[in-house]
Design a protein around this ligand. Structure first.
Ligand SMILES: [Zn+2]
Length: 361
């Protein structure tokens, strides 16, 4: 049996409680209001100004500060599905919202957001009636369907389910030793880190001007992030994300990308941004001088809101700090709380030394 630890980190911030509250909220793309209202509860008391834009992006100016303007960014949405057809027998045919792997969807419990949440499951033809050929093929998400127990279209419609209704994974937060298993850790881990950093720095008098921004529709191609620079005009952007940890059986070390428990991931490259090498060196020096565990990450695929943000205006100096996470875009992601804590500590150090970051460019 591994020991269960109560996490009270970063000068009394209850990071685990925040993570649980945020990961258990529903946030399919373009309908992130449940997540947004939980973040507002946490940050409204320490913000001097806050607003939501027309896409649903959420902004907080954290108290007063001076010097460069730093913008923290995490995305509120999670991968989900949407009903594209309700058939005569009451089955719901679905389309993916974000990159979903059909192999991890089959047989899962889901929640369909009708007039109220309705439990359902993603159905699959039983192996007993499959042909040997069917046993070998992976279906497309569009070939899968959700069964809510309705026996006709009228019965499904009576539950408030329509074409366009959202389908999400149910809340399932579980703590095992230092590790959390839950849906939506991508990117509620980043949201929880951002809340912790903002709360920690709210009362600091020696810090730069700080904005905490929470974006929408990242999973559909960084859409919300496209319009945030215009509204904040930052000198430095810090994107807080979840990232691939492929340190699992069958994957050779050169393809692990990051490892669970090995510290905060400093992004050197992904398919949407090549981080300024001076900033990467500066981040490494900062982590080492503060004794914060870190790992440097290079990925040829994937991307974050940073991909949009750094290309705005005359170019925005942008860094990505990420919590390594196994099983991204599945109903059961896993992270190590010590990595999340490292992201929070490194994020605080970055904000406090924003001038150092700008000198490192
Ligand atoms: Zn993400």
């Amino acid at each position: 049996m591994r020991r269960h630890v109560t996490y009270v980190v970063v000068e009394g911030q209850e990071l685990l409680g925040t993570l649980k509250a945020l990961a258990s909220a529903y946030g399919p793309p373009a309908w992130e209001k449940d997540v947004a209202s939980r973040i507002e509860e946490a940050l409204a008391p320490i913000s001097s100004e806050r607003w939501r834009d027309n896409l649903g992006n959420l902004f907080f100016r954290i108290g007063r500060g001076r010097g460069p303007r730093v913008m923290l960014v995490a995305h509120m949405d999670e991968v989900a599905m949407i009903v594209r057809h309700v058939d005569e027998s009451g089955f719901l045919h679905i389309a993916p919202l974000g990159g979903l792997d059909p192999r991890v969807l089959i047989g899962q419990r889901v929640v369909v957001h009708g007039s109220s949440p309705v439990d359902g499951c993603i159905g699959v033809k039983p192996p007993h009636v499959m042909t040997p050929e069917e046993m070998k093929t992976v279906p497309n998400v569009k070939d899968l369907y959700v069964d809510v127990g309705a026996s006709s279209r009228a019965e499904a419609e009576a539950m408030g389910i329509r074409v366009g209704s959202y389908v999400t994974f149910p809340p399932n937060f579980h703590l095992s030793g230092n590790r959390v298993i839950s849906k939506a850790l991508d990117d509620r881990a980043g949201c929880a880190a951002e809340v912790a950093i903002a709360r920690e720095l709210a009362s600091s008098s020696e810090r730069p001007e700080l904005y905490a921004v929470f974006t929408v529709q990242e999973e559909l191609g960084l859409r919300g992030a496209s319009v945030v620079v215009e509204q904040v005009d930052p000198d430095l952007a810090v994107v807080l994300e979840c990232t691939v940890a492929a340190d699992v059986p069958g994957v050779p070390p050169q393809d692990h990308v990051t490892r669970l428990g090995a510290g905060a991931a400093i992004r050197a490259m992904d398919s949407t941004m090549l981080t300024n090498p001076g900033l990467v060196r500066w981040l490494i020096g900062l982590a080492e001088s503060r004794g914060i565990p870190y790992q440097v990450q290079v990925m040829t695929g994937g991307g974050t809101d940073a991909g949009r943000i750094h290309l705005q205006r005359r170019g925005i100096p942008t860094v990505v700090l990420a919590t390594p996470c196994r099983y991204l875009h599945s109903p059961n992601l896993m992270l190590d709380l010590r990595d999340l804590e490292a992201v929070v500590r490194l994020g605080i150090a970055v904000v406090l030394d924003a001038e150092g970051a700008l000198r490192a460019l």
